[in-house]
Design a binder for this molecule. Structure first.
Ligand code: UDP
Length: 477
């Protein structure tokens, strides 16, 4: 390979251009630099400002001496049948466009090879799970590839079992439960909860093909890096190694590489609310008195559903921070809010239109509960903040993550109801009031402590990252 360890270890990080994938990989790159590894982020031109903003402060911080570089490769959006400049996903991305976007990602292969051709070779590439072809591209230059698996080991292993045993074929209806076979914990699911967010059979089949490629990518790669910590899902981590046969490193929660408020508030795109303004609001609240409601970076509800959420929050009587994927000036009259809602909720509820500084909010002591869609990053960020949750999954592996939160970790209650005022009211009350909530909160606090210990010196994630770095060094000796 021609590299030597006398040269600084150098890792290329190649994130998928969507917030739920990009944010943890940028955190991961920052984490690597704290161990003296040089990091380079590979992304497309329009994502450069987001990456640059997120890593900006690593250049000035005292304890980090190694800088993060950015290398760009072009994504031919128009050639892929997408609008010009379509280089990321957000809450306005339709399912069809998302599908076209994902299936066009292989057009990045040639530009990636070109980059590898012209650049000093890194010691390895950490590539997002949706770029399986990175292995072949990098093999031409003798560069090992690691997969970044951006979902939990619980849902990944469940997926492996489902693919192998197909229990969903054995039941007679979409609502009949089946046990996930050869999987610890007697976890049940239904066909209804396996659905992809589309009723287009062609799209569904293609997504299923992609998942097959992802599994092959994991097997063929030099190993899998996960944003999780061993103590969180030990049975499933063991299962993933012993039964699924994957080599894995658990180095999370990577969001913990952001130590101060500035870093916590600047992950990915600039939040839509001034961070200080947000903190001034929340600083006036008592400990555990505010519920935070956010359904990730991609979900867009109909106005009628937003109306139900607003009414449910008001009826719950709880203080809240609610993130809505709407712009303030999108419409003159905000007819997704009940008349006079904001006036009545002044001081009691904060609506963030667009993007919230999520980790900054979750880590605040006044926040006492999290209503979440169970995207893996949000789930782990909630765990790390030591928060009980109401789980409200909407699609894909979010339903599986829900099982981990409610049935295995027992720090959340699930909500299978449609988005209706009464369901929201009840869920929020249950989260913030009563004995069950207290018990969930105390378990969640313990897990939060475990998460924080895992990433500190001597913790399991700290050791996994050490082991990974040592292995990489040995590979190049
Ligand atoms: N996020 C945020 N502000 C928001 C919504 C999301 O900072 O208003 C961040 C969140 O902290 C997490 C990521 O975006 O790191 C979302 O990833 P997740 O896997 O939870 O869900 P997805 O958006 O992929 O559905």
């Amino acid at each position: 390979m021609g590299s030597s360890t006398s040269r600084l270890l150098h890792v290329f990080f190649f994130p998928f251009m969507a917030p739920g994938h990009m944010i943890p990989m940028l955190d991961m790159a920052k984490l690597f630099t704290t161990r003296g590894v040089k990091a380079t982020i590979i992304t497309t031109p329009l994502n450069v400002p987001i990456v640059a903003k997120t890593i900006e402060r690593t250049k000035t911080r005292g304890n980090i001496v190694v800088k993060i570089d950015i290398q760009t490769i072009e994504f031919p959006a128009v050639e892929a049948g997408l609008p010009e400049g379509c280089e990321t996903t957000n809450s306005r991305t339709t399912h069809q466009k998302m599908f076209t976007f994902i299936s066009s990602l292989k057009m990045l292969r040639q530009p990636l090879e070109q980059l590898l051709q012209n650049h000093d070779h890194p010691h390895c590439i950490v590539a997002d799970m949706v770029f399986p072809w990175t292995i072949d591209a990098a093999a031409k230059f003798g560069i090992p590839v690691l997969v970044f698996n951006s979902i939990s080991v619980f849902s990944t292993s469940a997926g492996v079992s489902m693919r192998q045993y197909k229990p969903q074929m054995e039941v007679s209806s979409d609502s009949e439960p089946f046990v996930i076979p050869n999987f610890p914990g007697e976890i049940k699911s239904t066909r209804m909860k396996l659905s992809t967010p589309t009723d287009n059979k062609y799209v569904e089949a293609s997504l299923s093909d992609l998942m097959k490629e992802v599994r092959e990518f994991e097997v063929g790669s030099s190993g899998v890096i996960l944003n999780s910590f061993y103590e969180l899902e030990p049975d499933y981590a063991n299962h993933y190694t012993k039964v699924c046969g994957r080599k894995a490193w658990y180095i999370g929660p990577v969001s913990r590489c952001n130590k101060d408020a500035e870093d916590k508030g600047q992950r990915g795109k600039e939040p839509s609310i001034d961070k200080h303004e947000c903190m001034i609001w929340v600083n006036t609240k008592h400990i555990n008195s505010v519920v935070y409601i956010c359904f990730g970076s991609l979900t867009n509800f109909r106005d009628s559903q937003l109306m139900e959420i607003a009414m449910g929050l008001e009826a719950s009587g709880q203080q809240f921070i609610w993130v809505v994927k709407k712009d303030k000036n999108e419409k003159e009259d905000e007819d997704w809010l009940p008349m006079g809602f904001e006036k009545r909720m002044e001081g009691k509820g904060l609506i963030i239109r667009g993007l919230a500084p999520q980790v900054l909010i979750l880590d605040h002591e006044a926040v006492g509960g999290f209503v979440t869609h169970c995207g893996w990053n949000s789930t782990l960020e909630g765990v790390t903040a030591g928060l009980p949750m109401v789980t409200w999954p909407l699609f894909s592996e979010q339903f599986v993550n829900e099982k981990l939160v409610t049935e295995v970790l027992k720090i959340g209650s699930s909500n299978d109801n449609p988005i209706k005022k009464e369901a929201i009211e009840m869920a929020v009350r249950q989260l913030m009031e009563g004995e069950e909530a207290k018990e969930m909160r105390s378990r969640a606090k313990e897990l939060g402590e475990m998460a924080r210990r895992a990433i500190e010196e001597g913790g399991s994630s700290y050791s996994h990252l050490n082991a990974f770095i040592e292995e990489l060094k040995a590979l190049h000796n």
